[in-house]
Design a protein around this ligand. Sequence first.
Ligand code: 6PG
Length: 632
Amino acid sequence: MKIEAKIIFIMGVSGVGKSTIGNLLSEELNIPFFDGDDFHPEENIKKMSKGEPLNDDDRLGWLQTLNKLAIKQLTNKGCVIVCSALKESYRDILNANIKDNAKWVFLSGSFKQIKERINKRKGHFMSSELLKSQFDILEEPKNAIKIDISLTPKNIVAVISNELLGKSEFGLFGLGVMGKSLSRNLASKGFNISLFNRHVEGVEEDVAKNFKNEFDELSSAMPFDAIEPFVGSLQKPRKIMLMVNAGKTVDFVIEDLLPFLDDGDILIDGGNSNYNKTKERFNYLKSKNIHFVGTGVSGGEEGALKGPSIMPGCDKDIYKDIQPFLEAIAAKDSNNLPCCTHIGTEGSGHFVKMVHNGIEYVEMQLLAEVFVMLKALGNNPDQIANILETWKETANSYLLEITIDILRKKEEDDWLVNKIMDKAGNKGTGNWATIATAQLGVPSTMIASALFARYTSFYKEERIIASENFKENTIINLNLTTDDVLKAYQFARIINHYQGFKLIQEASKNHKWDLNLSELSRIWTNGCIIKSDLMVELVTVFKTTNNLLTNEVIIQKIKSLKPSVKKVVSECILNEMPIPNFSESINFLNSFTIANSSANLIQAQRDYFGAHTYQRINDNSNEFYHTNWKNN
Ligand code: 6PG
C-alpha cells in the first residue's frame, strides 16, 4: 500500500491496544513503528517505577524527543508512533513543524470496556483510579480518526489505512471463485476496491487479506472481514456487488448490510438468483431507499477474470452509476463494445441469465448426444475430438471448443471422460427456466428436455437394473455419416435458440420489460458460456424480427438441414439410443409447422368430460360451443 510519507500518531488511554494496532499498521503500511514509552528519559522511568505520576514538565522533554523523531522519520517513509497524548497541549508539541504530515488516530472505548480488557491481560493490572484519572484528563482530539476498539485489530487497521488512502469506489462482498476473479478484474482496470469475506473460525479466516496479498493488482485493495468497516470504506452512494451463493444467503447478507447502508446506496446481486426473488428484493430494498440490481454474470471463473458477459437488471438511471465498472470489466464484442448492457428493470437481468443457462443446458446436452452418436459410429474420444475440430468451421462455439479439450484429456492409459460417473448435476437455473416456460405458456421444450435428461441420468442405480431388464438389441448399426450428425446438430441448435429467445420475448411482453433481443444476443457473443458463431448471426437477424422462424436465411437453413435431423433421430431411435434433445428439436418443428394440428381432438375431449367448450373453424364470431357428446 503506497501513501505519501506521513507520521501516524495512535493515541488513547492505557489499555486501548495502541501497541497492537501500531505494530499491525506499520506492517500493513510497511513503515517503522515506535512505542512512545521507549523514549522516556531516565528520570521519568525512575518516577514511574516508583508509582509517581508524571507532570506536564516531566513530559515536555519526552514529547519534544518524539517530535524530533517524527521530523526525522518524515524525511524517510514516515512512521507510526503510539503515545497516550491525552491532552491537546501534548499533541501540539508532537505536531510541531509536521502538522500537515501528521495523522492522528484516536482509539476510543468506554471505561468499563477498557477496565475489563486490562484485567484480562496476563501480568497486567491497573487500578480503577489510575484509569479513571486518564479519562479525567483526556481531551478528545477533534481532527483524529476516531475508532471504536470493539472492532477487531485487523479491521481497525483496515479502517485506518482506508482513511489514509481515501475511500474505495466499489465493494466486492464474498470471495468465492467468481468474487475473487471479478475483484482482480476490477482492480486490474484501475478501480479502488474494498473486499469482504466473512470470518468463520477455522474455516474462512483472513480470506480477504490473504487474497489481497496474493496478487499484485490488489495492492491497493482494502480487505475486510467485518461488515461495518467494509461498508464504511466505500464512497457514497456505495456500490456493493454480492457474490454469494444464490438463495437464502442473499437475504441474510442484505439484512447484515442494511444497518450500515445509507439512502441511495446500490446493492448488486451477481449470483444466479431466481428472478422472482430478485423482484421481491428489488421492491423490499426500494422501500428502504436502497437500489437493487439483479445481474446475470456468465463466463465462469476465467470469464469473470478476463471479461464476462454481464446482464444487469435495474432502474435505468441507477445503471448509469454502475455502468463504468461493469462495462470496464465485461468482455468486448467484435466491435470492441462491452458485453454488458442495461437489460431492463427488476428481475429482467436474472431472467435472461436463467434463459441463458437454459440454452446452455441444451447446447451441452446436444453435444453429449453427438458424443453418443459418434462413439456408436466407432470413434474413440480422440477421434471424436478430431471430428468436432472440423465442425468449428461451420458450427463453432465455446462449448464445442471445451468439449474438444475434454475429449482429448487422458489420465494414464484411458480418456478421463470415460472415468466420469454419468450423473449430471445442476444448480437450479434449468429447473427455473422450465418452470418459467410452463408458467408463461411458451413451448421451450428443448430446455425442459435437456433438464429432464439430467434428471434421468441421476437414476444411475435404477438405470443399471433397467438396462438389464429392457435392453434387447445390443448390436448397434447406425446408418449415419458424421456429416449427417453435424447437420442435425446445426438444426437442433437453431431450434434451441429460437425457443430460448422466444421465452425471453414472451416474458418481456408479460412483464413489460421491453427487452431488445438483438442487443441481448450481442452481449452473448463474447464472455459467456453460450457464445458462438450462431449467436453472432442472431445479432443481425434480431435487428429485423423477434421471430427467428420468419427470417428467410434461417428458414432456408432449417429446410436444408431438416433431412439430416430426420435421418439422425430415426436411426438413433431404431438403435435404441437416447437422443432426447435431437428428437425434441424435430418434433417441435413438426408440431410448429403444421397448419392443422391434432388439438381439435383435445378440445373435443375436454368438452366431453368437462364441458370446457371449443371454438369452430371458419367461425369468426369467437363464440364457444358445447356439445352433448353422448347423444348421437
Ligand atoms: C455461466 C454458467 C454458470 C454456471 C451454471 C451451472 O454462465 O457462467 O451458466 O452460471 O456454470 O450455473 O449451472 P448448473 O450447475 O445448473 O449446470
